[in-house]
Design a protein around this ligand. Structure first.
Ligand SMILES: C[S@@+](CC[C@H](N)C(=O)[O-])C[C@H]1O[C@@H](n2cnc3c(N)ncnc32)[C@H](O)[C@@H]1O
Length: 411
């Protein structure tokens, strides 16, 4: 057989390839993936991210980087990118931002680690999706199921105004603390020791923004002692210390990387009926409640009860928890249809709505939540632009895969 892969099954790699890694020492004209990138969906989002910046690329031989063929403003791209550590020889802002991390987990940098909330977004993915849907400073992102506030922090870090809604008072408090506490760092520093030495009760602090910081430290400690059997008092004291270091980090990041501090409006509400004007939102990124996959009320029962929530009535307000058996899915679908209609109403014409959602496994059968959501959205008038399949780990018994569904209104 002759060389060059002309015969047999293997017909050769694409002819057009970028340079070998060793050919370029300074990474000029290259976009280099972060070392943590390992999934197909990340490769796709990385490519889409570069394309959304108008960059033409070809893969390099290491398959972890691309040669940039046609772009001039690579400095601006290096400020925004989420999946690349170097763009055209310039270290990205994100490669510096993620180093402000007080935990051992790659994606728990800055304030992301506050509270062990189950079912969080991967922050790096949200940064990239914000870029892919083309949101810029001065524009507004909505997350109608804000949860632990991942999208709130990521919009903030890119200087994008944010509107977040959640039915859970814990989620609203947590998301606000993640983006706002750094503004009150002086007062928090002043009162920190007094709270730790029990000279004052944080609940008596009048400034709500300051007392909320300590309340979240309290909630994390409650969760640590309920779920991990940690000593409550020790956990509370060390949470305050570690949270303080994280808001100090955010303070520094704002100073170094954020030109104009954006607004973050996070409120309690029911996303079946949003208190937001028509056509006022530039983009939506959200992950709706996963039907029966996660019970958000029971997961955070200790914290919600401490906040005075009546657990039995909360079941009626949280989507996916109403009803039993088959009826539960019917109610979930009805509720979500209302939510998608609201998302359509508040989004500007031409705006993108990204829904991250999985099919749930119930009594051994897969429920086609993703198809139902797609049909509902198309019925309302959304156009499905892309559907990116994303395998998830850790929820095997209830959900194996989720999809990043990209819809557009008009356009
Ligand atoms: C999948 S979680 C969102 C997680 C979020 N993406 C994050 O990174 O933390 C779904 C959220 O929907 C909220 N939710 C449930 N029913 C709701 C409703 N009727 N209105 C608004 N939020 C609701 C839950 O409290 C939960 O926080």
């Amino acid at each position: 057989m002759s060389g060059g892969g002309q015969h047999g099954l293997f017909s050769g790699f694409p002819k057009k390839r970028g340079n070998d890694v060793s050919d370029i020492v300074d990474n000029k004209n290259r976009a280099v993936f972060f070392d943590n990138i390992q999934f197909i969906y990340e490769l796709i989002l990385g490519i889409l991210e570069l394309e959304s910046f108008g960059v033409e690329i070809i893969p390099c031989k290491d398959y972890r980087s691309f040669e940039i063929l046609n772009h001039s403003d690579t400095e601006a791209i290096a400020r925004r990118s989420g999946y690349f550590k170097v763009i055209d020889g310039i270290k990205t802002d994100y490669s510096a931002i993620i180093k402000y991390n007080r935990t051992r987990s790659f994606n728990q940098y800055l304030t992301h680690w506050f509270y062990p909330y189950k079912g969080k977004f991967h922050p790096q993915m949200i940064r990239a999706v914000i870029n892919i849907i083309g949101l810029n400073e001065g524009e507004t992102l909505l997350d109608p199921f804000v949860g632990s506030g991942t999208s709130a922090v990521e919009a903030f870090l890119q200087g994008i105004d944010f509107v977040g809604v959640d039915v859970s008072p814990l989620c609203v408090l947590l998301s606000k603390v993640k983006v706002n506490s750094y503004k009150h760092i002086g007062k928090i520093k002043e009162l920190k020791k007094a709270v730790q030495y029990e000279e004052i009760d944080y609940k008596a602090i009048e400034d709500k923004d300051v007392s909320s910081f300590f309340e979240i430290a309290d909630m994390i400690a409650k969760s640590d002692s309920a779920r991990r059997r940690k000593n409550y008092k020790n956990a509370f004291l060390s949470n305050i210390e570690k949270m303080f270091l994280s808001i100090k980090d955010l303070y520094e990041v704002v100073d170094k990387f954020i030109k104009k501090v954006p607004s973050s409006k996070i409120e309690m509400g029911d996303s079946r009926e949003l208190n937001i004007p028509d056509s006022s939102i530039d983009g939506i990124i959200t992950s709706p409640p996963y039907s029966i996959a996660l019970n958000y009320v029971l997961n955070d029962k200790h914290a919600l009860e401490a906040m005075g929530v009546d657990i039995s009535s909360a079941f009626n307000d949280f989507i996916g928890l109403r009803g039993r058996g088959e009826e539960k899915f019917k109610m979930y679908n009805e509720d979500m249809y209302k939510c998608y209609k609201e998302m359509w109403r508040v989004l500007k014409n031409g705006g993108y709505c990204v829904v991250i959602l999985g099919n749930v496994v119930f009594e051994g059968k897969e429920v086609p939540t993703v198809n139902i959501a797609t049909e509902q959205c198309e019925n309302i008038g959304f156009k499905l632009i892309d559907s990116i399949d994303k395998i998830i780990f850790g929820l095997y018994n209830v959900m194996q895969r989720e999809y990043i569904l990209v819809f557009q209104k008009g356009g």
